[in-house]
Ligand binder design. Structure first.
Ligand code: PAP
Length: 341
């Protein structure tokens, strides 16, 4: 299988090595393409329905569009890559399953997050579930509510997601840190696998600004979901990484209310809330053995998903000129929407 289970990012493989459907291969031939961030002439990004994809993600997105049937009770966590997906996967998983592990009688049970990377517990639709290996996966073993993750832009979500009452939790992160985090992640990934590396920061930054990044343009991705959250607040909850970091308990409560599993008075009086936040914290998850030494499928290392986990690391990488350029684009693209990033 040529997927990167648990990863939102493509492996640096030759397209011919990838397991792609005929539909995807045919489509790729007709789409605008650009050299990707990875330093391999054959690793292209394709512009599909207004957003840039690596071949594997497009393949998975097409399969998801064709075959995923959403249930009213489903929960979808949606992000652009590197917006804090791993963290929110852990938090929502812990929130939904809290009664299984926090009841006094169950206290001895080991929490799955202590032994499994969040990407193993909350799969990506278009990366882990819908792959060429099995276009018709059996989802009957998922407990209700089913919890999935995706990076698919709003306009490309399967019709059933839009038509059903399923809920979407969208997490965004400021573009400066998102870019820096993505650049580091791809560096680790490609050096690890091919020793080829990716574009130097300059080149990658230029591409990010032009919208050519995985599931980019970043701003369009964020803005579409932001507008949807204003139009359908019962269906789309829009969260920001920075605000979650700042007021964790408050956002956990918001999430629980939105997902229909509100915190009890006892839980709110902090025991439950603190437990979940501590369990899912960067400090805790990044030090666990599974996340230091474990691997997802095909060798993608769990530790790649834990770098600094901070707000504002961009200051160490972006010059004032780059910041000015990024801020200008942000203002142009989303300034009038009222959204502040
Ligand atoms: P994905 O979209 O490819 O799944 P994602 O989890 O969004 O990746 O990105 C990883 C980022 O989240 C890393 O940010 P950094 O590069 O700026 O450090 C990672 O450190 C951060 N992260 C992972 N786990 C946590 C956590 N528990 N709390 C806060 N940030 C976290």
């Amino acid at each position: 299988m040529s997927t990167t289970e648990g990863s939102s990012l493509p492996r640096n493989l030759q397209p011919d090595d990838l397991m792609l459907t005929d539909e995807c291969r045919e489509l790729m031939g007709s789409l605008q393409s650009e050299k990707g961030w990875v330093l391999s002439s054959s690793t292209l990004y394709y512009l599909y329905q207004g957003f840039w994809y690596g071949a594997l993600h497009m393949n998975g997105t097409l399969l998801t569009q064709r075959h995923f049937r959403s249930l009213d009770s489903d929960i979808l966590l949606v992000t652009t890559p590197k917006s804090g997906t791993t963290w929110l996967k852990a938090i929502i998983f812990a929130l939904l399953n809290r009664s299984c592990y926090s009841e006094p009688a169950n206290r001895k049970l080991d929490h799955p997050l202590l032994h499994k990377n969040p990407h193993k517990l909350v799969p990506f639709l278009e990366v882990d579930i819908y792959t060429s290996k099995d276009p018709y996966p059996d989802l009957s073993n998922f407990n209700s509510p089913r919890l999935f993750a995706t990076h698919i832009p709003l306009r490309s979500l399967p019709e059933s997601v839009k038509d059903s009452k399923c809920k979407l939790v969208y997490l965004c992160r400021n573009p400066r840190d998102t870019f820096v985090s993505l650049w580091h992640f791809l560096n680790k990934l490609t050096h690890n696998e091919t020793e080829m590396g990716i574009q130097a920061l300059e080149g990658a930054f230029d591409m990010f600004c032009k919208g050519v990044s995985l599931y980019g343009p970043y701003w369009d991705h964020v803005l579409d979901y932001y507008k949807a959250s204003l139009e359908m607040p019962h269906k789309v909850l829009f969260l920001k990484y920075e605000e979650m970091k700042d007021k964790q308990s408050e956002h956990l409560k918001r999430l629980a209310d939105f997902l229909g599993c509100p915190l009890s008075e006892d839980e709110e009086a902090n025991v439950g809330v603190d437990e979940i936040l501590r369990l899912c914290s960067f400090d805790n998850l990044s030090k666990l053995e599974v996340n230091q030494t474990g691997k997802l499928e095909l060798g993608l290392e769990n530790k790649f998903f834990f770098r600094k986990g901070e707000v504002g690391d961009w200051v160490n990488y972006l010059t004032p000129e780059k910041i000015e350029r990024l801020d200008r684009i942000t203002e142009e693209k989303i300034g009038s929407s009222g959204l502040k990033l």
